[in-house]
Design a protein around this ligand. Structure first.
Ligand code: AHG
Ligand code: MN
Ligand code: MN
Length: 338
C-alpha cells in the first residue's frame, strides 16, 4: 500500500499550528477559520458565475431585495462581513475599497489587521479562467481602539501570516504563518479544505517566465534586455524559457511555486511604478514565496522591506525562483545585457 498524505483539514492544521504557541489565545486560528468561510462563500459564487448569463439573471435580486453584485464587489463585501465581528481585527483594507474598512463601533476590536485583494485576475472572470484572492495579516501597531492607517502601512516582513486562494479547476487555499507554506484543496462534496501540498518549496531555478509581453514597447531597455535574454536559444542554460501568462497573478505564481519560474510586472510607460499593489498583492505573495525558498524584488530591493506610504501604493514586481529573480535584478540594474 502506498503511503498517503495525512488526512488533515485546514481547520485542524491551523489549530495544531497554534497549539505550538502556548501563549496563543486562539484569536489567530479564529481569524483564519473565519477567512476560510468567506473563501468558501466566494468559491460558491465563482462556480456559478457562468450561470448568471444562462439564467438571464443579471438583474435578479437577492433575498434582501438587493441587486446581485459583480463578483469583485461580492467578494469584497463577503470577506468584510465574515471578518468584521469576530473580535480578531481592528481594521481592514482592500484593493476594492477606497479608504480603510473600519470595524463597526458595536463590535470588539482585536489585535490583527487584514489587507486583501478580494478577486485577483478580475478580467478573467467571464472567460472561466482561474482567478484568486490574496490576504495579508499584520499584528496591529497602535495600542487599542479602532485600527488606523498606521496599522495597515507595514512592511511585508512584519506580516504574521499570508494566504492566497485559487478558484481554478479545483479551489486551493495556500497559507503561511512563518512555518512553511501549505496548500489545501477544497473537497466540494464535504465543503472542507484538505491538506494537499504540505511544505511547498519553489525550485531554485525554473524555465518559465510570466509577463504581459504586449507591453514590450513600453518597457525600458533593461527590462527588454532581460526578456530578450530569456528567449535566446541556449540549451546549456535552459533557454529559451517557456512563456506562460494567465493574467491572474495568483494562478501564474502558484504554477511557478510548484514548477519554478519567474513572474514579472515591471514598470512601463502606463504604470511607471509598476501596476500591482504593494499592500494587497505583492507583500503577501512575497512573504509566501520567501517562505517557500524563493525571492521577490522590485528590481532593486526586497519587496518585503518596502515601507508603504499609501494603502493603494503600486510597485514593480519580480517574483519566483531565487536564481531567476537574482538574474532579473542583474539585468534591471544594468549589470548584464542579453
Ligand atoms: P486585479 O484583478 O486584482 O486588478 O489584478 C490583476 C493583476 C494580476 O492578477 C495580473 O497578473 C495582472 O493584473 C494582469 O494585468 P495585465 O492585464 O496588465 O497584464
Ligand atoms: Mn489583483
Ligand atoms: Mn482585485
Amino acid at each position: 500500500m502506498s503511503v498517503k498524505q495525512r488526512l488533515m483539514t485546514l481547520g485542524r492544521h491551523i489549530d495544531e499550528g497554534e497549539r505550538e504557541h502556548p501563549e496563543a489565545t486562539g484569536d489567530f486560528s479564529g481569524l483564519l477559520s473565519d477567512l476560510a468561510i468567506a473563501v468558501k462563500l466566494i468559491w460558491r459564487e465563482v462556480s456559478k458565475a457562468g450561470l448568471i448569463e444562462i439564467l438571464g439573471s443579471t438583474d435578479r435580486q437577492n433575498d434582501s431585495g438587493d441587486e446581485i453584485k459583480k463578483l469583485d464587489e461580492f467578494a469584497n463585501e463577503t470577506i468584510y462581513r465574515a471578518m468584521d465581528h469576530g473580535g480578531h481585527l481592528c481594521v481592514m483594507a482592500s484593493e476594492e475599497s477606497q479608504g480603510l474598512m473600519k470595524i463597526p463601533d458595536r463590535y470588539p476590536k482585536g489585535k490583527y489587521v487584514l489587507v486583501y485583494d478580494p478577486i485577483d485576475g478580475s478580467s478573467n472572470i467571464d472567460a472561466n479562467v482561474s482567478i484568486g484572492s490574496i490576504f495579508g495579516i499584520f499584528r496591529r501597531v497602535t495600542p487599542s481602539g479602532p485600527g488606523t492607517e498606521e496599522d495597515c502601512l507595514q512592511s511585508g516582513y512584519k506580516l504574521a501570516a499570508a494566504a492566497y486562494v485559487i478558484y481554478g479547476s479545483s479551489t486551493i487555499f495556500v497559507y503561511c504563518t512563518g512555518k512553511g507554506v501549505h496548500g489545501f484543496t477544497l473537497d466540494p462534496s464535504v465543503g472542507e479544505f484538505l491538506l494537499s501540498h504540505e511544505n511547498m518549496r519553489i525550485p531554485k531555478r525554473g524555465k518559465t517566465y510570466s509577463v504581459n509581453e504586449g507591453n514590450y514597447e513600453k518597457w525600458d531597455a533593461n527590462v527588454r534586455n532581460y526578456v530578450d535574454y530569456l528567449k535566446k536559444d541556449d540549451p546549456g542554460t535552459g533557454r529559451p524559457y517557456t512563456s506562460r501568462y494567465v493574467g491572474s497573478l495568483v494562478a501564474d505564481l502558484h504554477r511557478n511555486i510548484l514548477h519554478g519560474g519567474i513572474f514579472l510586472y515591471p514598470g512601463d510607460k502606463t504604470y511607471p511604478e509598476g501596476k500591482l499593489r504593494l499592500v494587497y498583492e505583492c507583500s503577501p505573495l512575497s512573504y509566501i514565496v520567501e517562505h517557500a525558498g524563493g525571492r521577490a524584488s522590485d528590481g532593486t530591493g526586497r519587496i518585503l522591506d518596502i515601507v508603504p506610504t499609501c494603502i493603494h501604493q503600486r510597485t514593480k514586481l519580480f517574483i519566483g525562483s531565487e536564481e531567476d529573480v537574482k538574474e532579473a535584478e542583474d539585468f534591471i540594474q544594468g549589470r548584464r545585457i542579453a
